[in-house]
Design a protein. Structure first.
Length: 58
């Protein structure tokens, strides 16, 4: 039995239109950009604070 075959008939699952695929891709890119901005922001803030990040009263 070949598992690589795509199912036939109504068991194909959800098939997206071209517009839906473009919307999904643009959402994914927007999420990736937002995540990248947060990572860069945290990195820059750590550099700005410098070693003082580790100096805290007990």
């Amino acid at each position: 039995m070949d598992d690589n075959k795509k199912p036939q008939g109504k068991d194909q699952g959800i098939v997206l239109t071209e517009a839906q695929q473009r919307a999904r891709r643009s959402r994914s890119v927007a999420i990736a950009v937002a995540l990248l901005v947060l990572v860069v922001l945290f990195y820059v803030m750590t550099l700005v604070k410098g070693p003082a990040v580790l100096v805290r009263p007990l």
